[in-house]
Design a protein. Sequence first.
Length: 236
Amino acid sequence: MTPDDMKRQSALKAIELVESGMRLGLGTGSTARHFVDLVGAKVKAGLDVICVPTSIATRIQAESLGIRLTTLDETPELDLTVDGADELDDHLQLIKGGGGALLREKIVAMASDRMVVIADLSKRVPRLGAFALPVEVVRFGWRSTEDWVHSCIEEAGCSGPVTLRSGPSGEPFITDNGNYILDCALGRIDDADMLHDLLKSVPGVVETGLFLGIADTAFVADENGVVTLSAPINAA
């Protein structure tokens, strides 16, 4: 079974939660794309749902499949968001933002009664940090913000290079919100809550890719099937 097969298996598990009448958040990325495809197939077969996409790319995909879309301004409360993750641990702490949609992903997830993560086994880790932590920052004064990000990383007991994410042609990557992303290659994060709080105290930081106490359930696929992980009750 290939990693892509595993992603689809986790998406197939998540689609079992979807019922007509639901308001769904649609995630972004290679794993979430499988889920959006499955929603599209269900809609074609008669499923009645309305969805909020977490990125322009997901909106384009959903529109191509005939999925009825809305916005959080029109539909501020959602029943379920299904999204992928770049890393997740056994407490369902996540790193997200590899695709650059972390801000909208977090807003949509927080607007939902439930967030379900779908992933293949490679995304499950004993401790966060091997995947570079994305931090979305405003473009104005971003170099000054980068200095503060370095300071926050050190104060949280972490270390590692911070780089401005580049686009395909070498120019700075621009998020759907018009911001930059700083990728923080930390290796390991011992206190994710502390790091997140410190980074959010910096005026130029819009959001971090640390999703803490947000995900309720994760479906993680491996060669033997799909494992279900649940968040600790005190993290909900």
